[in-house]
Design a protein around this ligand. Structure first.
Ligand code: 6PG
Length: 246
């Protein structure tokens, strides 16, 4: 039976970043205490940058079991890892220099490959990480929401494969690299905890449609995210949440 969905609304970005860093740290500590490692698929985009920065500062920096933390990505743009548009690059800049994550625990999608090769490589990395062919169960998948209703790189009109774990996607959004790969709902919905971060008035109408509107997953791919067994948490600021029914 799926866990209930939680919505938490914060007055500003600082409060949201603090709460998100605290939640990630708490989930990491619990995972490592229970089975020795913590895995998280990270999000790109502008919204989580403050969370990543806060997570790398005291007291979370010291409290996090970084040596047992494995980083993956919910999506990646098909650009080299040192490109400004790379989601890996964002973490290489904001997090990796500040925390002792072993390099072998960083499972990046290889945006420098062709789409077909990158999808195959990332799928293999997920298989290796999960230790077999069963769908990997990640501890946390962190997600954002686009103003067009996309999440990760699952855009309106993107292929929706039931069996694939990773899909290649071409989508124009906000001047960002259009060639991408994405985890599918097949993987995301197996996670123990899915956390959306959504901020700003420009997301308010889309967020209202995703959360409180009719089920239209073709137009609003974020509605495909429904954890089968895990928790679903929406961390919002007041501007993004202004249209929601209390
Ligand atoms: C990406 C992201 C993507 C992002 C949304 C929201 O790689 O582009 O993973 O899904 O979360 O586009 O982006 P903002 O946070 O910048 O609004």
């Amino acid at each position: 039976m799926p866990e209930p969905v939680t919505r938490r609304i914060f007055a500003d970005a600082a409060a949201l970043n603090q709460a998100a860093a605290h939640l990630l740290t708490t989930l990491a500590q619990a995972a490592v205490a229970e089975y020795g490692r913590f895995s998280i698929a990270l999000s790109g985009g502008g919204t989580p940058t403050g969370v990543y920065q806060r997570w790398a500062q005291p007291p979370f920096r010291e409290a996090m079991p970084w040596r047992h933390t494995h980083l993956l990505w919910g999506d990646e743009r098909l650009v080299p890892p040192d490109d400004a548009g790379s989601n890996y690059r964002q973490i290489a800049d904001l997090l990796l220099p500040h925390v002792p994550i072993p390099p072998e625990n960083v499972h990046r999608a290889k945006g420098e490959l062709t789409m077909t090769a990158a999808v195959a490589d990332y799928t293999q990395q997920l298989q290796a990480f999960a230790g077999g062919t069963a769908v990997p169960i990640l501890d946390v998948v962190l997600l954002g929401l686009g103003s067009d209703g996309h999440t990760a790189s699952l855009f309106p009109g993107s292929p929706v494969a039931q069996v694939d774990w990773v899909v290649g996607v071409t989508a124009e959004y906000d001047g960002r690299p259009a060639q991408r790969l994405s985890l599918t709902p097949t993987v995301i919905n197996q996670a123990r905890h899915v956390i959306f971060l959504v901020t700003g008035a420009s997301k308010a109408a889309t967020l209202q449609n995703v959360l409180d509107g009719p089920h239209q997953p073709e137009q609003l791919p974020a509605q495909r995210i429904q954890p089968a067994h895990g928790t679903l948490t929406w961390l919002l600021d007041v501007a993004a949440a202004q249209n929601l029914t209390p």
